[in-house]
Design a protein around this ligand. Structure first.
Ligand SMILES: *Cc1c(COP(=O)(O)O)cnc(C)c1O
Length: 370
């Protein structure tokens, strides 16, 4: 028997969440963002649930090849563009659209030999200061691209740093939106500026030709805890589950695990779960992280170790050896009612975000499509 841990990918939840992006931005086309192996879900598995997307956005050329191997003939956008000149050959061959964020990428395009001109999205650094041309340099870059025979249509893109929250006490997108609108005024081309947070929180101001829906299609909430998955009607696309493989009875003063980080103050029963940080469960989750045992909410105890963690079985007399443990996602149906543990709550308990937990599920965890 393999260890009882497994991850399930919920194809129908992906399709539902993609529909939520569409409902938020009914006049836009939707890029499903599938970078980082579809946020840990697996490009091939995620594709099953996201077929209805208008395009796929990612940044690893090997992942673009995997999508084409699935016979996806529609748009694929490389969000960071190419990393070296010869990547452009793959763009020509696979008809990849690519972001252009720096002068070097334009230099490479100018030297590229291709029969088919490329579709590109010129990226504006509207204030995040990660990738993109500054407002001062943007129009000159646009003119350079326009003059190249290697370039077909030029789209316009930017990316928000604070679409999920306020910034410096004000609306999180206003400053970047103002810079973007002023810089791109009158320029022709399809536009894309919204990530999940903007699509959910500011659709009227950000849903233009395309939205780029990442975390939301996986059921993660970009602005948790201000809003939760129920508020946005998002469903978990990933479940991480395992089983109780041991039970211990503690007396007051007994401690649990490495560093004796949890001390019992009364007699209690605990379950040992086959899931640890080597599976991708965050070691930063301390005593009290939420977990479901047989669909009932309880808490972790003490430190997460490499292969195991401990859970409180207090108040769960029917649970014990062999009980199903939901680390996040969909739990079992109990008494005709489903159970669920949002990944955002686990992430919060670990001082991180759902994005990181999804992406960190370890290769040793078998993944199946549910
Ligand atoms: C990752 C990424 C997105 C998607 O962001 P989410 O917050 O997951 O929706 C959109 N645009 C760019 C440029 C990205 O890198």
């Amino acid at each position: 028997m393999p260890r009882p841990i497994e991850a399930l990918i919920h194809t129908e939840a992906l399709a539902h969440n993609l529909g939520r992006a569409r409902a938020q931005a009914p006049n836009a086309r939707v890029w499903a963002v599938v970078k980082a192996n579809a946020y840990g879900h697996g490009v091939e598995r995620a594709f099953e649930g996201l077929r209805a997307a208008d395009g796929f956005a990612l940044l690893d050329l090997a992942e673009a090849e995997r999508l084409r191997a699935l016979d996806w003939r529609g748009p694929i956008l490389l969000l960071e563009g190419v990393f070296e000149p010869r990547d452009l050959e793959l763009c020509s061959r696979l008809k990849l659209w690519h972001a252009v964020h720096c002068e070097e990428q334009i230099d490479w395009l100018a030297m590229h030999k291709t029969h088919e001109p490329h579709r590109v999205f010129l990226k504006l650094n509207s204030g995040m200061n990660r990738l993109g041309f500054t407002p001062a340099a943007f129009r000159a870059a646009y003119a350079r691209l326009e003059a190249l025979p290697q370039v077909d249509e030029i789209g316009l893109m930017t990316h928000f740093s604070d679409a999920d929250a306020q910034r410096l006490g004000a609306d999180g997108i206003a400053h970047q939106l103002a810079a973007y609108e002023a810089t791109t005024e009158g320029l022709a081309g399809e536009r894309t500026i919204a990530n999940s947070a903007a699509t959910l929180r500011h659709p009227a101001r950000t849903a233009n030709d395309w939205v780029r829906a990442g975390i939301m299609v996986y059921g993660g909430v970009p602005d948790f805890p201000e809003h939760d998955a129920a508020h946005w009607d998002l469903r978990p696309a990933m479940t991480l589950r395992s089983k109780v493989i041991g039970v211990q009875h503690l007396q007051p003063g007994d401690t649990v695990g490495y560093g004796s980080a949890f001390t019992a103050t009364e007699a209690m029963r605990i379950g040992i779960v086959a899931c640890g940080y080597a599976d991708g469960y965050p070691r930063s989750a301390k005593t009290g992280a939420p977990v479901l045992v047989d669909g009932q909410r309880t808490r972790t105890l003490g430190r997460v170790s490499m292969d195991m963690l401990a859970v409180d079985l207090g108040g769960l007399p029917a649970s014990g050896f062999g009980s199903e443990v939901t680390l996040w996602g969909e739990g079992p149906v109990i008494g005709g009612k489903g159970s669920r543990l949002p990944i955002d709550e686990v992430a919060q308990a670990a001082g991180t975000i759902g994005y990181e937990l999804m992406c960190a599920v370890a290769p040793r965890v078998p993944i199946t499509r549910a």
